[in-house]
Design a protein around this ligand. Structure first.
Ligand SMILES: *Cc1c(COP(=O)(O)O)cnc(C)c1O
Length: 464
C-alpha cells in the first residue's frame, strides 16, 4: 500500500490527463482491490460504493485510477464536478485563498468572497424580486435551513414533500426523503409535521394514459386534497425538486411546477425549489425551474455550486430570509472561504464559457444514441431528462414492472468497459447520466456507444 501511495504522481496539471478511455487492467485492478481491502479494515460498512476503484487523478471527462485505467465519468461525483474535477480556475482561486487563510468562521469575522457568492446567487436565481442568501456546506443543511426560515417567517409547522423525493440524509431531510431503503431504514423515529403527496410522474401516474395534461391536473388535485386534509393554513413550506434526482430523474409533467406556485400563493405557503442536483447549469439552463418559468420563494443550491469544495446556499425573498432572528442561522464551516473562492471560479466559468450550450449538446448526443432503444429493445420503458441530467428506465412492457436486474447488468457491463454509470429510482431500475459539462464530444460519443451496447446486450431486442 505504501508503494501505491509513494508512486502516485505529484499534482500534475489536469490538462495533461488524456481525454480517452483506457483499460490497463481489469476493473477494479489489483491496486484498487488491495486498497479496497484496506478500506474494509478501517472504514464503516455503512458507506456503500458504486464502483470500488481508487482514483488517482481526475479532470475533464476522465477518472484515472491507481492501476492506470482511464474511466469515462458519467457521474461527476453525483452532479458535482460539472466544470471538471481539476478545473484550472478552481485550482488557482483555491490555491490563492489557501495562501491567505483557510477559515475565520463567517459568524466571527467576515470575508468578502462570502458576500460575492451571495450577490451572484441573488442575481442569477429565478425570481425578479429582492433576495438574500445564506451559505452552508452540504445540501441537507441547505434544505434544513430553508425549513427553519419558512417556519420562522410564517409561524407555521408543516412541510409538504412529494413521492420519490430526495432531500438528504440528516434527520429532518431523511423524513423529507421518500425512499426507505437505504436512506431511512432503522434510523427513525423522524421529525413530525412532514406530509407527503403525489408528484406528477408522466410515466407512472395513474393518469399517464390520458396524457401529460391529465397527469398534471390529477397531481395538482391531489396536492389540494392533501392540503385540505391537513389544513392548508398549517403549512410553512412545500419543497420540490424541479427534476427529481435520486428518486429517478423524473421530469414533472408540464405545468405542475406552475400549478404548485399558484397553490402556494393561494395558501401563503413558501415554495422551496430544491435545485441541489438539477441546478447550476446541469439541465441546460442555469436553474432547472427556468424550463417551467417558475421561481421559488426560496431556491436551494449545492452539489455543482463549488465544483467539489463543499458549499450550499439558500437564496430567497428578503422578507423571508430576514425574518429569522440574528444568530438564528449559521454554522462553523458555513460558506468556508476556500469553497467561496471555488464558487466564484464556477461563476466565471459560466460567464465566460459555453457550459449551458454544452449541456444541451450532451442531451442531443445522448438522445440520438439512446432514445431509439425504446423501440429497439424489449425493456427500455423511457429515455428522459434535460440537458446533461438524463436517464434510461427499464421496465416490463405493458405492466411497467421495474427491472432493477437490467439496470444492474447494464452498469456492470459499462463498469467493466471503463464507463462509470449510476443507477437511481425507488426501484433501482434506472440508469442516470450526469457527465461533466466539460466532457469532450469524442469521449462522450465513446461512452454513449459503450452504454448503448450494454443496454442492447442486457435488455434484448424488442419482440416483433
Ligand atoms: C444530494 C441532494 C441533497 C443533499 O445534499 P448533500 O450535500 O448530500 O447533503 C438534497 N437534495 C437533492 C435534490 C440532492 O440531490
Amino acid at each position: 500500500m505504501t508503494e501505491t501511495l509513494a508512486t502516485a504522481p505529484a499534482a500534475a496539471d489536469a490538462a495533461t490527463l488524456p481525454q480517452s478511455r483506457h483499460l490497463a487492467t481489469a476493473i477494479p485492478g489489483p491496486r484498487s482491490q488491495a486498497l479496497h481491502a484496506q478500506r474494509q479494515a478501517h472504514v464503516t460498512d455503512g458507506f456503500g460504493v458504486t464502483l470500488p476503484v481508487f482514483i488517482d487523478r481526475a479532470g475533464g471527462g476522465i477518472l484515472q485510477d491507481v492501476d492506470g485505467n482511464r474511466i469515462i465519468d458519467f457521474a461527476s461525483g453525483i452532479a458535482v464536478t460539472s466544470i471538471g474535477a481539476s478545473n484550472r480556475r478552481v485550482r488557482e482561486r483555491v490555491a490563492a485563498q489557501l495562501e491567505r487563510f483557510t477559515h475565520t468562521c463567517f459568524m466571527v469575522t467576515e470575508y468578502e468572497s462570502f458576500t460575492q457568492v451571495a450577490k451572484w446567487l441573488n442575481e442569477h436565481t429565478p425570481g425578479d424580486f429582492d433576495k438574500r442568501t445564506a451559505l452552508f456546506s452540504t445540501g441537507a443543511e441547505a434544505v434544513e435551513n430553508a425549513v427553519k426560515i419558512a417556519r420562522s417567517a410564517t409561524g407555521r409547522d408543516k412541510v409538504l414533500v412529494f413521492d420519490e423525493a430526495y432531500h438528504g440524509r440528516s434527520l429532518l431531510t431523511m423524513a423529507m426523503t421518500a425512499k426507505v431503503n437505504p436512506y431511512k431504514l432503522n434510523f427513525g423515529p423522524f421529525p413530525a409535521e412532514i406530509v407527503r403527496t403525489s408528484s406528477a410522474n408522466p410515466l407512472r401516474s395513474p393518469a399517464a394514459a390520458q396524457g401529460p395534461e391529465s397527469v398534471t391536473a390529477a397531481a395538482l388535485a391531489g396536492v389540494e386534497a392533501t392540503l385540505a386534509e391537513h389544513g392548508p393554513g398549517d403549512f410553512a413550506a412545500m419543497v420540490i425538486e424541479p427534476i427529481q434526482g435520486e428518486g429517478g430523474f423524473v421530469v414533472p409533467a408540464p405545468g405542475f411546477l406552475a400549478g404548485l406556485r399558484a397553490i402556494a400563493d393561494r395558501h401563503g405557503i413558501v415554495l422551496v425549489i430544491d435545485e441541489i442536483q438539477a441546478g447550476m447549469g446541469r439541465t441546460g439552463t442555469l436553474f432547472a425551474s427556468e424550463h417551467e418559468g417558475v421561481a421559488g420563494d426560496i431556491t436551494l443550491s449545492a452539489k455543482a455550486l463549488a465544483d467539489g469544495v463543499p458549499l450550499s446556499a439558500v437564496t430567497g425573498r428578503t422578507e423571508l430570509m430576514n425574518a429569522v432572528h440574528a444568530g438564528g442561522l449559521g454554522g462553523t464551516y458555513a460558506g468556508n472561504p476556500l469553497a467561496c473562492e471555488a464558487a466564484l471560479a464556477v461563476f466565471e466559468a459560466f460567464e465566460d464559457g459555453t457550459l449551458l450550450e454544452n449541456a444541451r449538446a450532451i442531451e442531443a448526443a445522448a438522445r440520438a444514441a439512446l432514445a431509439p432503444l425504446v423501440q429497439e429493445t424489449g425493456l427500455v420503458a423511457e429515455f428522459r431528462g434535460r440537458g446533461a441530467m438524463l436517464a434510461v428506465e427499464f421496465a416490463e412492457p405493458g405492466t411497467l414492472a421495474p427491472r432493477a436486474d437490467i439496470a444492474k447488468e447494464v452498469s456492470a457491463r459499462c463498469h467493466a468497459q471503463g464507463v462509470l454509470t449510476l443507477t437511481c429510482g425507488t426501484h433501482g431500475n434506472i440508469i442516470r447520466l450526469l457527465p461533466p459539462l466539460v466532457i469532450g464530444p469524442e469521449l462522450l460519443a465513446d461512452g454513449l456507444q459503450v452504454l448503448r451496447g450494454a443496454i442492447l446486450a442486457a435488455a434484448g431486442p424488442a419482440a416483433v
